[in-house]
Write a protein that binds this ligand. Structure first.
Ligand code: FE2
Length: 93
């Protein structure tokens, strides 16, 4: 039986897969998406240069997010479904 992960469990160590990079990536996406509305609303009317910078930034972040999730769909979720199907069942409804 697989031990269910709990908040505060170690993210790395002997016998564990190091998932610290996943935490870092998800935190970065959350920060970027959380700040997107204020970035857009802070652009002054008519400031096409700043609007372009913000648009380029958001396009990059959203592209990275799509790439990240395509990688998870191809590499992570199939392995998790194989290894811990009972723990994922509530998420798959
Ligand atoms: Fe993710």
């Amino acid at each position: 039986m697989t031990k269910k992960a709990m908040p505060g469990d170690a993210l790395h160590g002997p016998g564990l897969t190091d998932v610290r990079d996943m935490v870092m990536a998800h935190d970065a996406f959350r920060r970027a998406l959380r700040s997107s509305a204020s970035l857009v609303s802070a652009v002054n009317d008519g400031d096409r240069k700043r609007a372009g910078v913000v648009a380029d930034h958001l396009e990059l972040m959203l592209g990275l997010l799509v790439h990240h999730h395509e990688g998870e769909d191809a590499l992570l979720w199939p392995m998790l479904l194989q290894r811990v199907p009972e723990e994922l069942a509530p998420l798959m409804r």
